[in-house]
Design a protein around this ligand. Structure first.
Ligand SMILES: [Fe+2]
Length: 263
């Protein structure tokens, strides 16, 4: 079973993955917490935040909060996969060891914690996932490059072209899409500020939103999960929407065999 939740921001929102919070969300969806094998965080994972050594097993944090958090995650009875957000140390992400998993390349932080690569397609528990990621930080003028802000948060043209080619190769059809910021339509649901056209147009300043909109026009899928807007609107309205913004709450995706079981 897969559990999808929103931004964790290093220690700040690690409680998204607390046993009590996850059990609460599972109960609301008639799902068994013990069946969770894979957890997905929709970006702004923020680990590691500080530069540290890397070996073939993942990161070796020297900073206290990074080390504490990695140890806390290592005690979880599931694997954790993070979509790449905007508040991530991309210089470290670029150094992580790569390996093949779910039919795509993942980046290893430890034996049970990984980043998903943006532009990859994965088959997780028999469901196809298109993984996007990134966003433009609106607060970047207050941040320090390579210390608290990384320009790699936005896609390069080459990355976008490679992703579009992969989508076409896959037949433009997926079960689920995972991203950090959303599509224009999805963001309008997550944040009431964007309830009028002039404000919606502001979103086009973010190259990642424009890219997400383009992909949205090219593919079919069941649900599009995203974080970044710190809204649980998608949890509250899951049955009625294909755009699913999440923050603290988690949506359960049961495997085909679990779905077939009687309640
Ligand atoms: Fe965030």
């Amino acid at each position: 079973m897969i559990y999808i939740t929103g931004d964790t921001h290093n220690l700040e929102d690690m409680s998204n993955l607390s046993t009590s919070n996850m059990k609460f969300c599972c109960r609301q969806q008639a799902a068994d917490y013990k069946s969770i094998e894979n957890v997905i965080v929709l970006g702004d994972f923020g680990l590691p935040w500080y530069n540290c050594p890397v070996d073939e097993g993942g990161i070796l944090p020297k900073n206290g909060s990074d080390a504490y958090l990695l140890k806390w995650y290592s005690q979880k009875p599931f694997q954790i996969f993070a979509v790449q957000g905007n508040h991530e140390n991309y210089d470290m992400i670029e150094k992580l060891p790569q390996e093949q998993m779910f039919g795509g390349t993942v980046l290893r932080l430890s034996y049970n914690v990984f980043y998903l690569k943006r532009g990859e397609i994965y088959n997780i528990e028999d469901k196809s996932f298109l993984v996007l990621g990134g966003a433009a930080s609106t607060d970047k003028i207050f941040r320090t490059p390579h210390e608290s802000w990384w320009e790699q948060e936005e896609w390069t043209k080459e990355e976008q072209a490679a992703c579009l080619a992969k989508i076409e190769e896959h037949g433009n059809k997926f079960d689920y899409v995972l991203s950090h910021t959303g599509t224009t339509k999805g963001i309008a649901l997550a944040d009431p500020y964007y309830s009028d056209a002039a404000r919606l147009a502001e979103l086009q300043l973010d190259s990642t939103v424009c890219f997400n909109d383009k992909i949205d026009s090219l593919i079919t899928y069941k649900k599009w999960f995203f974080g970044h807007w710190h809204s649980d609107w998608g949890y509250e309205n899951y049955a009625e929407t294909k755009y699913v913004p999440l923050y603290h709450e988690g949506i359960v995706i049961k495997s085909n065999s679990q779905e077939a079981l009687p309640e």
